[in-house]
Design a protein around this ligand. Structure first.
Ligand SMILES: Nc1ncnc2c1ncn2[C@@H]1O[C@H](COP(=O)(O)OP(=O)(O)OP(=O)(O)O)[C@@H](O)[C@H]1O
Length: 295
């Protein structure tokens, strides 16, 4: 378990982290989202020990994080740190060796990772000759080559095509399945929604929402139901019903009151009396909506 506890930090008289606390559970992919300048990179740097926060602490398995813990972190910094003139495979091996992996194992692991992220054919290319998306894939290999026990990734999916997103996700999931806590920041909310088990949302240096992604979505979706019915004109005339949206022939309704579950069943009965119901389900708001609500 990786835990950030009560982190606060100032740059000059500007407070950029204000009592930030959250946990990244082993085996979980935790999405870290927030607007530009919200404090994600600063938090990650504090975890890595690259800045010393004014107050607060970082814990690994309930103990203060040690240098050994930090050496075991796979970090993908926001400012990408590859050497442009170095060849891709050579570079990944070089970084693995910095983490104490012997050259033979590093070379083998680098080949495996390059294969996994679809970059094997470019192993002998100089980094500067790669497209930005491919440089990104190489950077991910660097973060993973020493089989890190914790992963901290600043925008790992930016600039990746959908196939590469899938490939990178599979590698991250594998590390998570091996028990690593994985924290990744991203502005691609639909990607975060798809990938993350847990969420931390930060706004102006404060954590404004956190927890299991599904639970957070459910919490923000109280009273929302989707009906697939041919004629929905009558539905908005019902007391306590407002139309929250229409999509692909479905109507999404919001049911007011504490017992929206019972109200939904009542509405379903009415709909069935009027004709066929092609679809009836609870509707989950997208992460984008939650993000706007809490920030
Ligand atoms: N070295 C620094 N000196 C002064 N201010 C800084 C420094 N680094 C970051 N900041 C400020 O701290 C705040 C938080 O920045 P941070 O990079 O942590 O945000 P972020 O959430 O990662 O943003 P983004 O999504 O744009 O990468 C910003 O207002 C930024 O300008």
């Amino acid at each position: 378990m990786l835990e950030v506890r009560n982190l606060s930090h100032h740059y000059g008289d500007r407070q950029v982290l204000d009592d930030v606390s959250f946990e990244v559970a082993p085996g979980h992919l935790t999405g870290f989202v927030g607007a530009n300048g919200a404090g994600k990179t600063t938090t990650m740097r504090a975890i890595l020990g690259l800045i010393r926060p004014n107050s607060g602490e970082v814990l690994v398995n309930a103990r203060s994080i040690s240098n050994a813990d930090r050496a075991g972190i796979g970090y993908m910094p926001e400012e990408r740190g590859l050497y442009p003139k170095m060849k891709v495979h050579e570079q990944i091996v070089y970084f693995a060796q910095l983490h104490g992996v012997d050259k033979t194992s590093a070379a083998k692991r680098a080949d495996e990772l390059l294969e996994r992220v679809g970059l094997a054919e470019r192993r002998e290319s100089k980094v500067e000759d790669l497209s930005l998306g491919n440089q990104q894939r190489a950077q991910i290999c660097v973060a993973l080559v020493h089989d890190p026990s914790i992963l901290i990734l600043d925008e790992p999916f930016s600039g990746l095509d959908p196939i590469a997103v899938e490939a990178v996700l599979a590698v991250l999931q594998e590390r998570a399945d091996a028990g690593a806590p994985v924290l990744f920041s991203s502005h691609q909310l639909e990607v975060v929604e798809k990938l993350s088990d847990d969420l931390v949302i930060i706004s102006n240096g404060r954590v404004v929402a956190k927890g299991a992604r599904q639970a957070l979505q459910e919490q923000h979706s109280q009273g929302l139901y989707r009906f697939g019915i041919d004629d929905a004109g009558w539905i908005e005339q019902q007391p306590g019903v407002t139309i929250a949206g229409r999509e692909g022939g479905d109507v999404i309704v919001h049911l007011a009151g504490d017992n929206s579950k019972a109200a939904a069943q009542q509405l379903l009965r009415q709909a069935l009396e009027r004709g066929a119901v092609h679809r009836f389900q609870r509707e989950l708001v997208p992460l984008k909506t939650i993000f706007k609500e809490v920030r």
